[in-house]
Design a protein around this ligand. Sequence first.
Ligand code: ADP
Length: 324
Amino acid sequence: MKRILSGIKPTGAPHLGNYFGMMKPAIELQSQGEAYYFIADYHALTTVRDPQAMRDNTRGVALDFLACGLDPEKATIFRQSDVPEHTELAWILSCVTPMPMLENCHAYKDHVAKGKVPDHGLFAYPVLMAADILIYDSNIVPVGRDQKQHVEVTRDLASVMNRLYGKKEPLFVMPEASILPQVATVIGLDGQKMSKSYNNTVPLFEAEKPLRKKIMSIVTDSTPVEAPKDPANSSIVALYKLFASAADVEKMEADFRAGGQGYGVFKQRLFDALWEYFRPFREMREQLAADPGYVDSVLRAGAAKARAVAAKTMDRVRLATGLR
Ligand code: ADP
C-alpha cells in the first residue's frame, strides 16, 4: 500500500490556493493508500512568533481540513511537534546536506534578495521537510507547485543517505511529488500567486460579507462596461474555473467576449459559485466546532499513530548510522 504524506503550516486561515493545491488532492488520496497529514508547526515557527496565534492557527487549520472532508478514520492527522523524531532525523540529514543545495532554495534566496537577514530555521527548512517525508517512508507527496523544489531536495538527500548508509538495502524510500497541473498555482486577488504572505487570499471559511468584499476587490483592468473583455487573462475567470462546471465557465467566457456587462457582475457570479461550493463544508465545520475537544482529540490520536511509525524509522536510522 502506498504511503501518502503532506503538511500545511499553521500560519493563518487556509485559502483557495491551499485548498485546491494541497488539501483537496490530499483528501482525494486518503482512500487510495495510507495517508499521513500534519500541521507543520515547527515550520511555522520560522514566521509565527506569537504563541497564542500558533495554538489558535494549529487548531484552526486542523478544523478547516476536517471540515473539507479529511477523514481521521482514513488518514492520520497530527501536529508535527507531537512527533519530535522529525527534528532528530532533520539533524542527521543536515549532516550530509551540502550548503549550496540549501543556498539554491527559493524561499531562502527570495529572503536574501529582499535584503532581509535569514535565520537558520529558514535556511534549514527544506531539511526538516525532507525529514517529515522520509521518516514515514512516503511514496507520494501531494503539494502545490511552490513545494516542488523542496521535494527534489528530499529526493537528493534520500539518495545521499542511501549511498552512504544503504549499501545492503536502501535506507529511505524515494518519494514523488504529486502536483495537479490544472491547479498548480491558484492566483490571488491581485493576480499574483495566492499566498498568506502576500495578503491576497480568499480564506475558505470567511463570513459572507467580508468574503463578498474580497471577491469584489479582485484587481481588473479598466475596460468599460459595454466593451468586450478578454476572459483568457482574467483572474475572475481563472478563479471561477475552480468551482464552476465546464458549461458555466463557457457561458462566462462568452459573456466576457460579448461585452455589455461590467466586471462587478462577473465577480458576483464568482462569489455565488464560491459560496455554494463551500456550503456543505461550512455546515460540517459548524458541527465539528460545536464540540470544542474534537480537534484536540483527533490530533492526539493521530500523533500516537504517527509517532509509532516515526520511532520505528528512527531505530533503523540510528542503527544504520552507527548511533546505536
Ligand atoms: P502560503 O503560501 O499561503 O503560506 P503554505 O506555504 O502553507 O501557503 O502552503 C500549503 C500548501 O498549499 C502547499 O502544498 C502549497 O504548495 C499549497 N499552496 C499554497 N498556495 C498555493 C497556490 N496559490 N496555488 C496552489 N497551491 C498553493
